[in-house]
Design a protein around this ligand. Structure first.
Ligand code: XLS
Ligand code: NI
Ligand code: NI
Length: 439
């Protein structure tokens, strides 16, 4: 029985369409900078919000109506849910999906039972992937919901919990590998602390690095060649998360000799929680050769938490796509909708409106970004702005040919600096508007 009987596969109808269940901008086969939109985005739907989210909040229970789900924690219900999920992935023309182990299959009374449940649901996932051609962007392990992880997983104070987490990741990696997952993600749900009085931060960071090295070793052992990704987030649920932003992650990876094995999975709402723009995070990761994938969502600037909303703002999607293009794209990553419908949007069809609207916003953002790039409308300005480093003393500084004494001598002779060039921020902001108008 179909889970979404009233919905047929969403099609591209073009910008003039008034149909909220049609794409106006996302045209999978359309070429942008020599690649199809499908290849640029590698859109992915998340299992947790879309199929396990109920709309509950601290003030009330779930509101979501999900007729295909009997609400039980049985393996059978999990398998039926998987079938409904693939129907949605297919109808949205999403080529990928992503899951946590505990979203797809119920946790059992023991580790052995949980593993068996996961295998039983993975059978259906494999069968559905086969039938629909939808692929796994990444898998991950939920090591933050169960009370055993209250002090963290790899950064816990309890060695048994560390061992449990290792066993859980081992299994999640095996299932991800079995399903052909192209990446494996670590988001450190409770890898952080609430209060330093009770915390040995150095020891926790050392343990986290040990854990990641064990994951790298195990990938080799089983022949998993997918990309490992760390997902930065500065807070929530803990007050201080260790993987707070792209820069902190890179510093950690470098300090513990892990940069060859990990890239970053950047999330828009996490960037804003860290006090950054998403384009900042993308450009920083890209500059470090570590742009892996993105969790596409947005926060609400009037609320201070991870609201995980679907992004529809063209400025945001333009900025993101501009810097993704600048760094050569997302490689084995994708645009993964780590986003949930609002509690009031409780009907199944809202899941479609949400994804269609945001896929379109990214598609339009891509086209705007490509148009800006085609004219070098920002790039020319930026290279001109730094042109004093192209020749003369600037070129010598970049080439490492001069030291402090040389520069002192140069300046004593010259006496004063050549006047600065204007930053022209206001003009450039209007330039971006011009391209938003035109596309
Ligand atoms: C939570 C994270 C989480 C990860 C996967 O804020 O975004 O959903 O993406 O564990
Ligand atoms: Ni995320
Ligand atoms: Ni998040």
């Amino acid at each position: 029985m179909a889970a979404f009987p009233e919905i047929s596969t969403v099609q591209y109808e073009g910008p003039q369409s008034d149909n909220p269940l049609a794409f106006r901008w996302y045209n999978p086969d359309e070429l942008v900078e020599g690649k199809t939109m499908k290849e640029h985005f590698r859109f992915s739907i998340v299992y947790w919000h879309t199929f396990r989210g109920t709309g509950s909040d601290p003030f009330g229970p779930g509101t979501a109506v999900r007729p295909w789900d009997d609400g039980s924690e049985s393996v059978e219900n999990a398998q039926n849910r998987a079938r409904a999920a693939f129907e949605l992935f297919e109808k949205l023309q999403a080529p990928y999906y992503a899951f946590h182990d505990r979203d797809v299959a119920p946790e059992g009374a023991s580790l052995a039972e949980s593993n068996a449940n996961l295998d039983a649901v993975a059978d259906v996932l494999a069968e559905q992937q086969q039938q629909t051609g939808v692929k796994l962007l990444w898998g991950t392990a939920n090591m933050f919901s169960n009370p055993r992880f209250m002090h963290g997983a790899a950064t816990t104070c309890n060695a048994d919990v560390f061992a449990y987490a290792a066993a859980q990741v081992k299994k999640a990696m095996e299932v991800t590998h079995r399903l052909g997952g192209e990446n494996y993600v670590f988001w450190g749900g409770r890898e952080g602390y609430q209060n330093l009085y009770n915390t040995d931060m150095k020891r926790e960071l050392d343990h986290l690095a040990k854990f990641f090295h064990m994951a790298v070793d195990y990938a080799k052992e089983i022949g998993f060649t997918g990309q490992f990704l760390i997902e930065p987030k500065p807070k929530e649920p803990t007050k201080h998360q260790y993987d707070s932003d792209a820069a902190a992650c890179m510093n950690f990876l470098r300090a513990y000799d892990l940069t060859d094995h990990f890239k970053l999975n950047l999330e828009t709402n996490h960037a804003t929680l860290a006090g950054h723009t998403m384009m900042h995070e993308i450009d920083y990761a890209g500059a470090q050769g570590a742009l892996g994938s993105i969790d596409a969502n947005t926060g609400d600037m009037l609320l201070g938490w991870d609201t995980d909303q679907f992004a529809t703002d063209y400025y945001l999607t333009t900025q993101m796509m501009y810097y993704i293009l600048k760094h050569g794209g997302l490689g084995s990553g994708g645009v993964n909708f780590d986003a949930k419908v609002r509690r009031e949007s409780f009907e199944p069809i809202d899941l479609f409106y949400a994804h269609v609207g945001s896929m379109d916003a990214y598609a339009k953002g891509l086209k705007i970004a490509a148009a800006i790039r085609a004219d070098n409308a920002l790039e020319d300005f930026v290279s001109q702005r730094y042109s004093s480093f192209d020749s003369g003393i600037g070129a010598k500084i970049e080439a490492g040919e001069v030291n402090f004494s040389d520069l002192e001598k140069y300046m004593l002779e010259k006496g004063e600096v050549t006047p600065n060039v204007s930053g022209r921020q206001e003009m450039l902001e209007a330039v971006v508007n011009r391209y938003i108008d035109r596309v």
